[in-house]
Design a protein around this ligand. Sequence first.
Ligand code: ADQ
Length: 742
Amino acid sequence: MKFLPLPLRFFLPLLCVLLLAAYITVPIVDQLTLRWFVKDLDTRASLITTTFSESMGDTSPPQRPAHAQTLLDRIVRDERVLGAGICTSEGTWSVRSVGFPAAGFDCATLAQLARKRPPLAQLPYGLAHVAMLPLSADQGGDQLVLLHDMSFVERRSQITRQYLIILFVVLGSVIALITLIIAQLTWRGWLAGVQALLRGEGLVRPFGMGNRELMPVVEELRGMLRELEDQRRVLHRANNIWTPERLRSLLKSDLRGDEIIVVSNREPYIHERTAEGQIKINRPASGLVTAVEPVMRACSGIWIAHGSGSADRDTVDKLDQVAVPPEDPSYQLKRVWLSEEEEAGYYFGFANEGLWPLCHIAHVRPVFRASDWEHYRAVNQRFADAVVSAARTEDPVVLVQDYHFALVPRMVREKLPRATIITFWHIPWPNSESFSICPWRSEIVDGLLGSTILGFHTPYHCKHFTETVDHLLEANIEQEHSTITYGGHQTLVKNYPISIAWPEGAMPPVEACRQELRERIGVGASHLIAIGVDRFDYTKGLIERVSAVAVMLERHPDMIGRFSLVQVAAPTRSSLEEYRTFHERMDKLVQDVNARFGQPGYQPVHLFATHHDAVTLQRYYRAADACMVTSLHDGMNLVCKEFIAARDDERGVLLLSRFAGAADELPDALIINPYSIEDTADALHEALTMSEAEQRDRMRSLRSTVQHNNVYLWAADMLVDAARTRLRERIEARISANRKEP
Ligand code: ADQ
């Protein structure tokens, strides 16, 4: 049946059934019409007999034979009467019409045939109806014999049979056509219904179908989606902590161990050659690496990144790959090599002098150069090609990281249309008016819409992005489902607040950490310390932070000599003028504040402008009385979460800028406006003088939030959405394949 085209699948069986019906019906109709004709002829014969008797009634006996002959000849003039005759009571012929067709039949045989039901006889001329009826009593028991022609019945029945068959065929075709049209419409409706259901729009009632018909299929699909929905609910349940093991088992169950490829500019491990010729491994100071590395450890796969270390080329294999982490290799790092010119144009130029200031409201003017854009496009293509060549399957899950690769999603989609591309934008997205100053705004938005899922930290960034699309492209935006359909492809735009891996195992004692840090800056055990940990970036509000320290000391002179800010700042993008100037401004400000409030053996601000390892940073967090996060604008900010995670003693106060994405999640921090130096100074003083009980209450609440909303939840949330999309796409593909099949 499958090999027949769809219309024939309906038409042929129907035609067979109808022909069978015709085959059975025609003899029945034949019999029925025959019976009607016989009955007609019976009536006709008795009428003729009555008329004949009446005409003969007045005739004198001698004239009777001649008169009877005349009457009989008149009767046979009717073309349907083949012959007429009179049988005497002795069973012999008295008179017969001229050319009586049954000359060989005697009266007794005809009487026998006339009594049969139906009273028919096969004569040499064809079938005839035989009637033998008594004439009136004065005719001496004579009987009138009438032979009617029945061959016309055969002719009519043949014609009826032909008409019946034609009728059945026409009827069959019309019914098949109507059924086909309704089936097509119903199928389309059903398809639309299922698709709507899969999109989460609930069950729409398809054409020609009650919801009841769709129910079994819908129930099954709902079951599958419910399982994924449950996963999501379980994901967010308060007492449910996500761990690498759970993430791994989620990948196994929901993504069935599908291939995972990460693309980012920064590599998680940098191999550097030391002055002594040794190879040293560095971990970069990057929020992105901090967040994505634990996910990769949990799920293996390939991480594609720019090989930027001086010994990177010496440590890779023929495929430019190296297994990492070095102490416990669990995934492959594939390096892409960039020339100095490419790096200058794509990374320092377009990404960090253009997009970075464009997306952060930090009042630094973005610079857009056509040559940088060209490099950006070319390097994006290189990374997209690396993804395609690394992919072992047609539908890998590709995790594209950050603003360095806005064009990669579209480029990968063109080569791997079935890939699930999850793009995460780690920095804020500005309002559409601010974004419109970028000369290549449409290309960037178009590139990002090649993603299956586009993630931001906050709903606010999602809203800005959606509005930007609305202004720039002819796309269909469905606010209710957070989707944007552009060029026939749908992208889910959703917020996934990023986080950190909750620390496992015992931490060093707080007392030891406090002593260590205080010794480093040469102060006593009771000295109050606020810690700041950042990349040396103008968006982090470092100038405002140090200024707030100065104002606090001014307002509370009792704090002079008792309090210091320890600022750890990892140098970053130092080849850019903007960063160099910022560094200089910061150095100058620190010097000024130290000169103004410093005393012999006391410095209010300690600036350590170097990279520190994660263990040291954790010790510093534990040693501090407060942590200052004063970003002028920040996608999320992980430092505040690291500080919270380090404080299992439930002490320490977090000052958090309201312009960091993290402020939405952490209302128990002291939320500050870094642009208001005075308010920040007051908040710092409040933190340093906060009671232990209040510190504990706030920290307990902050810790439970960060422990729950950890980086595995961030990843799981996105991957469950990806699994849901993949399931939907698979079902839709299967339905369309079935649909095309006929
Ligand atoms: P970043 O701008 O890099 O991240 P952030 O989230 O604070 O900002 O992460 C910085 C990371 O670097 C932290 O893990 C921190 O410990 C580390 N770090 C900072 N200074 C260091 C130093 N001196 N030595 C060593 N390590 C240091 C971008 C966005 C953020 C977003 C992250 C993640 O700008 O808004 O939170 O990505 O999405």
